[in-house]
Design a binder for this molecule. Sequence first.
Ligand SMILES: O=P(O)(O)OC[C@H]1O[C@H](OP(=O)(O)O)[C@H](O)[C@@H]1O
Ligand SMILES: O=c1cc[nH]c(=O)[nH]1
Length: 505
Amino acid sequence: MKFRVKLIPVRMDRSSAIMSQEDAEELGVLVGDRVKLVFGKKSVIADVQIATGLIERGEIGICRTITDYLEIEDGGEVELYPVSKPASVEYIRKKMDGHKLTKEEIFAIIKDIVNNALNEIELSAFVLSDYFHGMDFDEIEWTTRAMIDTGETLTFERGIVVDKHSIGGVPGNKISLLIVPIIAASGLLIPKTASRAITSASGTADTMEVLANVSLSVDEIKEITERVGGVIAWGGATNIAPADDKIIRVEYPLSIDPKPQLLASVMAKKGAIGAKHVVIDIPVGAGSKVPTVEKGRELANDFVELGRRLGLNVTCVLTYGGQPVGRTVGPALEAWEALKALENAKPPRSLVEKALGVAGTLLEMAGITVNGIEHARKILESGKALEKFREIVEAQGGDPNIKSDDVPIGDKTYQFTSPIDGAIAHVDNKRIVKVARAAGAPKDKGAGIMLHKKGGQHVKVGDPLFTIYAEKEWKLDRAVELAMREPPVVVSGMVLEKYPSYRYI
Ligand SMILES: O=P(O)(O)OC[C@H]1O[C@H](OP(=O)(O)O)[C@H](O)[C@@H]1O
Ligand SMILES: O=c1cc[nH]c(=O)[nH]1
């Protein structure tokens, strides 16, 4: 059937073909079904959307991404016909029913994810079936390999390539901004790609973006790493394991990170850059992705086994994840605190000790030293890490003279104070993230939370507990209201509750 093109002047990731209800009925298609648009020798598959009123009978609304690709103008004529779903949708259904997938089936799913051939519902079904049914080790290995093989890979002519990755789940985990320059300053190569936030209020890519451009191509990552020793780039902007970011975009709104996907996501990025030695940070504790040390050990075994199958030397470090790392949560606040640590300007101990522990492990694995923590500490305290970080920032298009206090933070603030004399019984990771997200993080870079007290510290009535930062008044109000309803920092005296009317925790 022939349709007249109505150009929708926007660019979209997914291809949609918008038609009238009458035309959809005549073609026998529903919203979300697929149609093929053909113009000359070129064709594209798109999802059906219906917008009666906007689109007249005989018209097809398509965005600029498609018109550019087909090289057709507004008002031009395209041939359009329905096509069936890709076979990978059947394989997703098989996984939803709890069956094991073959290597070929997994490859087909990942390839279709990369080619945008699955719609949001199908992709979500795949992620959720992993969440509910899990995968066995073969399936995890095949998923990882498929994610590597459907993208570009990196090779370096000189140097030892190493990498670190955190499984995330603990707020304020800005350690990569310390570790990458420490490792690069030691002479190793660390082409680090990071994701944006998945369950947190700021992923490493969100935090680094406050200071520099993180949307780098594979060629830029290679060039900067060879010249400076390291980068911190957003994996989603590269063609390295390109399925990863598309899957993460489904996980983010649900705040979930299914274990098979987590393993494949992290290890595909490490395999694709040709890392020889890899350290995986597994934060363990209430409100993180791994609640107990036992579960942390199980996950560590999985990472080591997956590394063995892929030919990577993996060490996992179980770290304390029961409360935020450092005192800040949210992109700009985290960038500010990471710079404070690099400047040796009274940084929080938890941040420095964690960064040195992970960096030190990597230095030992690569044979640089037998006392990794002390070696890493010297690089940090001598200012060499700050110098290297500035080189990295400059190479990524940022201001090499940036100082911590130049980082712009949201100017709308609200401080919570202690209602009683007592001690901090609990800093709740999940609530901290919820409040920081309500304040606008990670999209509003200046939004987030600064903790004035952490678990175990004593407080007097009226002492500051935490401050919420936002860029917009209405988001601050929303975050304050949420924090009042679900306090992220809990102060307790010896009396916990009084019935019927008082509740302190
Ligand atoms: O806490 P959530 O958002 O779930 O986890 C995602 C974060 O964890 C990893 O950190 P890194 O790249 O090792 O620094 C990811 O890249 C991302 O920044
Ligand atoms: O990069 C990451 C980190 C945590 N979880 C993922 O799925 N990917």
